[in-house]
Design a protein around this ligand. Structure first.
Ligand SMILES: [Ca+2]
Ligand SMILES: [Ca+2]
Length: 359
């Protein structure tokens, strides 16, 4: 046994030649395997002649590099298969849906290596308001209220960049929002995109004609006070009388000087006005017997409120507390309204409210 081991070591030494003088190569032969370093830096490993394999075995989490390339990782990528769209995913249309409906759909694909996949729209268009979740493949959102077919391509990609594309489509149908007859009081419904519009018979207004605009106080009245103080003003005011004094049920009332005076209310937005109410000043017997109204959208250009071609006159209240209300023959739209004394007792004094609906 000893003799055999000795012979092996001896033969190994025989075939290992290290030429230090040349400094350029070593050459290992054992017995038919060659590991050769040559002058110039080439390294050759050659397995034996009878089908000898060269095997590199990393341990644990080790790998095999050639240059900067992790060879085991490279082989994993090369061998990775692209994801496969699920058999359960209906190819083509994902369904037909009515406008306004919330949908929750999904597309799915599996990676043969059971890795994570992501989804991305790569062509076409999803319905507006409907979105694809890149992680889960869920398609959710609110269907637009139009007749249309939306076709789109989704790419599913695995962690190795292998992907598969699939075309899907969603059909949408416009919904008739008037089918539920939403307009009250005999209003006429017009279907719209995801909406409806009611044409309301006077004096009704609001989205569904639900409001009697002639009795809907807009809130100049001190007891309601929806119109802020800053939106009330006056011109040629008597003494320290101010616009805010002109609120219906205010303690005293607004006092003007003459027929060049006016009390103005900025509604803050365009409204459709149906009626007006007024009281006189609370003491001294000041009140307006007749007044006119001017109105404006921009606060600069004012129009006379007319019935046909003649200016409308409104009678005022001659008692301290009674309220006189008038409906307009034709409702009108305005943001700014001016009350202009025409005839009055003592001084032109008044307190006002308007009635109407948002446009
Ligand atoms: Ca894969
Ligand atoms: Ca519609």
């Amino acid at each position: 046994m000893m003799a055999k081991s000795f012979a092996l070591i001896y033969s190994f030494i025989i075939f290992v030649k290290i030429n230090v003088c040349l400094g350029s190569f070593f050459d290992i032969h054992y017995p038919d395997v060659f590991v050769t370093a040559e002058q110039g830096g080439n390294l050759t490993i050659r397995a034996g002649p009878d089908g000898g394999d060269i095997i590199m075995i990393p341990q644990g989490n080790g790998t095999v590099f050639i240059g900067q390339t992790d060879m085991l990782k490279l082989f994993e990528i090369v061998n990775s298969l692209p994801p496969v769209w699920s058999e359960k995913s209906p190819h083509g249309t994902l369904g037909t849906f009515l406008g306004g409906k919330m949908v929750s759909l999904s597309v799915s694909a599996q990676d043969p290596e059971n890795g994570k996949v992501t989804y991305e729209k790569v062509s076409g268009a999803l319905p507006p308001g409907v979105n694809l979740d890149k992680i889960t493949g869920a398609i959710t959102g609110r269907i637009p209220d139009v007749d249309a077919t939306y076709e789109f391509g989704i790419r599913v990609t695995d962690s190795h960049g292998k992907y598969a594309d699939q075309i899907f489509s969603i059909d949408t149908r416009e919904r008739d929002q008037c089918l539920s007859t939403p307009c009250l009081h005999g209003g006429t419904c017009s279907d719209d995109i995801d909406d409806f519009v009611c044409a309301c018979p006077k004096p009704y207004g609001g989205k569904t004609c639900q409001t009697n605009c002639a009795s809907m106080a807009i809130g100049i009245d001190l007891n309601r006070k929806k119109i802020p103080d800053a939106q009330m003003s006056c011109h040629y005011c008597s003494g320290d009388s101010a616009g805010v004094d002109g609120r219906l049920h205010a303690p005293q009332g607004w006092l003007g000087v003459n027929t060049n005076s006016w009390l103005q209310v900025d509604l803050g937005r365009e409204m459709e006005l149906h009626a007006v109410a007024n009281q006189g000043y609370t003491s001294s017997g000041y009140y307006i017997t007749n007044y006119n109204i001017k109105y404006s959208m921009d606060g600069n250009t004012f129009l006379d409120l007319k019935n046909g071609t003649s200016k409308l006159d409104f009678s005022g209240s001659s008692s301290v507390n009674s309220v006189i209300k008038h409906s307009f023959p034709t409702p009108f739209k305005a943001r700014f309204v001016r009350f202009i004394p025409k005839t009055y007792q003592g001084k032109p004094g008044m307190r006002v409210e308007l009635y109407g609906c948002d446009v």
